[in-house]
Design a protein around this ligand. Sequence first.
Ligand SMILES: *Cc1c(COP(=O)(O)O)cnc(C)c1O
Length: 407
Amino acid sequence: MNIPVYLDNQATTRVDGRVIEAMIPLMDEVYGNASSTQHEFGWRAEAAVAQARRRVAGLIGALPEEIVFTGGATESVNIALKGVARGHRAGGRRIITAGTEHHAVLDTCRRLEREGFEVIRVPVDRYGMVDPEDVRRAMTPGTILVSIMAANNEIGTLAPVEALGALCREHGVLFHTDATQAAGKVPIDMHAMHIDLLSFSAHKMYGPKGVGALAIRGGPPAIRVIPLFDGGGHERGIRSGTLNVPGIAGFGVAAEIAADVMSEESSRLSGLRDRLVEGVSEALEGVRVNGHPTLRLPHNANLLFPGANADAVMMAMKDIALSAGSACSSASPEPSHVLRAIGLTREETLCSLRFGLGRFTTEEEIAYTIGRVNETVRTIASKTGTKSGPKSGPNAEMSRTNAQSVH
Ligand SMILES: *Cc1c(COP(=O)(O)O)cnc(C)c1O
């Protein structure tokens, strides 16, 4: 067993050995520029990119020519939202999203508000689920884009993507989904689900960091996306810049493996995840699963341990790599916007931990984790003297004060 045990697979994943194998020659002897059409070096690099494009497209039911390779999901989301908004300004100013999105979407939408777009954030229920009816009600003739994530990175809740896609299609509104956590983990068929634009990233599915894709549905009618940067016109002019050939090839292999093992891996990991949840729920009082009980990622469990501060638990348990909320915002003292949006008090958000299992998680590691969590949480919760949930008592004041800053 490897110590520390890695249970932070929603932040990033270990690169699969088969991916590394495939990448090495593309940094070594096959080092050509994929745009060099005059010689063997370029042809071989281009062939590697073309193969990866087919594999990445295959994972999400897209056509190879619908894939734009990017530097990761943050970049894909920025191109999708800003590119569509700026390209469709004449059709209206309204964008619909949800408050539980990743910062890549939230902060891009905020930027677009400063440019004069109107962003509507639909609510989610206590499981983090968006109701398509709320999206329908928010639609106006001036609505140009809906962006709802396929799977939440903190609580794992899966969105009703197909229903949202059908609704958007019916109203002639473009539909983007941030599928960074869903791709390679749950089946996605971009066309069957009426998804117009889809963002995802290699490093969340056992591929390398710094490479991602934006799938843009082909026409007719073609979707107008204004590029973020200008240059050599790579990727159909949507993402100029010399292609990251090794990264893209690695992404391709990661996508192919994910498609192959998805159903087997998801049943293995959901089994381990359930064992973890049972193991801690049986031993500790008041443990709650944050997120949807069934419509959820197979390998994620976001758990609330009443009275046990998550930072204190993680500090006392350095042999297990976990996260409270998302990696991207954990540097800031703000409690998770996702957990606040599903109705947790500030105190409850601070007592919630995310367990992200992955391809390399073993039974032994889960058994070890159950034991360590049980002893650590018990010790910390007994010091705080709270066992049945911190909704009342000394923490109530804190929750009330901070409720004002909720958005
Ligand atoms: C990780 C993540 C991103 C950002 O992806 P990068 O490739 O790291 O830029 C965006 N959205 C979600 C849901 C994520 O989990």
